[in-house]
Design a protein around this ligand. Sequence first.
Ligand code: EPU
Length: 418
Amino acid sequence: MDRIEITGGERLAGTIQIGGAKNAALKMMVAALLGDERLVLHNVPRLADVATMRKLIEQLGLTVEALAPHTLSIGGAITSVVAPYDIVSQMRASILVLGPLLARQGEAKVSLPGGCAIGTRPVDFHLKGLEQMGAVIELEAGYIAATAPRGLQGAEILLPFPSVGATEHLMMTATLARGTTVIANAAMEPEIADQALCLNAMGARISGAGTSRIVIEGVGRLGGATHTVLPDRIEAGTYACAAAITGGDILLGGAKAVHLKALLQVLSEAGAECSEEAGGVRVRARGKLQGVDVKTEPYPGFATDMQAQLMAVMCVADGASMLTENVFENRFMHVPELSRMGARIVVHGASAIVRGVRELSGAPVMATDLRASSSLILAALAAKGKSVVSRVYHLDRGYEAVERKLSACGARIARVKE
Ligand code: EPU
């Protein structure tokens, strides 16, 4: 297993080009199952999760061709309706093939994803929504077996919580259902609006994506399209935190300030300068940052996917901060590892109280999930001495070329291959 070694203390300065959004690209690859012509996706990040999704849709019969390093062409006929446990357990987003397979083939069998490092993460909203559209669902031997004996029809779906995955899953599926589907209390993440753009380019009729009420008029078929994946706001946010924690100055090339509002507001409140520039978003830290209180919420609130990284920054800010996790019930796995580097953090239920220390010290630490990994990388960049972050396969799920991007800004970082 690879490790990343970092000698901290360097002030980072320069430009980091932001890649395409993982959490949009993965769902668009699934959307290719809905069309009967090829879908060409530009700006697809080169990540372990994208490789896993490729494996899954190839297993279902599609062919995936890399036309360029960040361009995939996906198409072909569906030849299997089974998403096996070994793939679904690696990547939960695999569950999203269920509805599209059902819409195209009338049946699907997808492994239940099980728990994961950040909580139990049930899929009940997904299944309930599909049932409202006419799916008959049974659970057998760890698998979700679904059929649509009378086809799928539009439905009025009210989500109990604005789940990103359930919104995307039901929106995709509804494109091929008979009649109109309304998703109320829908998630409003920018990736959902981008997915709707991609689906509409394939011939779908979706309006309201990006708001809490999405209306989908079902159509008889979807074709192909060419779409460019939007920039990854979590990758951008992570490097914004790298500028903040190292007292640095980084231009996040291609990032969209409008998607980063909640984070930029918090970093500004903490004392960093954040500005929108022609080429992207610039984050500059001058002097010591101040502690801030933040709670995670669905978009446009502060993203749960940025909580661990902000915590690393708060570890060396002046005063105390309180970070409250409202989206997932077990997303503080980075706390004991940050503590090993000298951070002062206590967790009370869903809140972590961070008391800023003057300096962190380098240490061997272990990544437990994707965003926890990036938080440890950030802490290591600021820490005195050398840190070794192991289990970086988590990091590789969501960050492309992290060592190259950071070392180009002056970080002393290297991957040690095993
Ligand atoms: N939930 C349910 N039932 C459901 C679906 C969700 O109770 O059927 C709950 C979850 O357990 C959680 C909350 O609703 O407490 C929100 O979960 P959501 O469905 O919004 O999350 P997701 O779709 O599984 C995506 C991202 C996550 C990101 C969350 C929240 C992808 C592949 N994953 O997950 O990204 O944290 O939305 O924004 O899009 C990451 O990239 O590191 C990552 C974990």
